[in-house]
Design a protein around this ligand. Sequence first.
Ligand code: PXP
Length: 249
Amino acid sequence: MATPFPLRLGVNIDHVATVRNARGGAYPDPLRAAKIAEDAGADGITAHLREDRRHISDADIDGLMNVLSVPLNFEMAATNEMQAIALRHKPHAVCIVPEKREERTTEGGLEVAREENRLAHFIAPLRDAGCRVSIFIAADKRQIEAAHRIGAQVIELHTGAYCDAFSEGDMATHARELNSLTEMAAFAHDLGLEVHAGHGLTYDTVAPIAALPQVKELNIGHFLIGESIFRGLEPAIAEMRRLMEEARA
Ligand code: PXP
């Protein structure tokens, strides 16, 4: 068994912007949430600037680059517009995600294997600019091998199907998905990729993922922002950290 790495928590603040945008005003402010997340022990902040700007705005990204003391993980689709924005800001990390306008959230992983050539050319300037390039993919050997071949340094394994199966009470699928995530985390790590995971994680689903020894970072947003309505953002994050550390130990 590999020695576990310390596990980082990236807090995704997109849905603070979703609530703000419901009224089109200035609050709640995602930058304020990011600073509270830092104080609560987040190792990084994650934000997804979508093509349709449905939550995070360009001004939010400008602001985050100015105020953060922890690294920004900039989630983006593989488009020329987003590449130009990333190259202007040069965040610590970029995570390339699939994006379809009609989806409610990022529903599946990126199809890297089918777009290998284009993606290799797409990420090269981002790597050259010093960004760590992560690719958001399903726990699928073909996709992991392709991510490795195109020169990504990191993969983020999509935990959405694992979490959905849990909330639907489909424990057979839940166990099967966990098994794939376990095997593919080890496979990717053996190829030399840094392994992250995220999407849909909650207090009920985080422990088995946090316990995977090859996983170095979890990115968690929607549940934490929802939970903060009831207990406040700082305690909501602190509890997630506690569960991650307990699982890791
Ligand atoms: N990781 C990636 C790559 C994502 O696209 C998202 C959602 O924006 C997350 C993690 C966080 O997912 P959630 O908001 O469901 O915790």
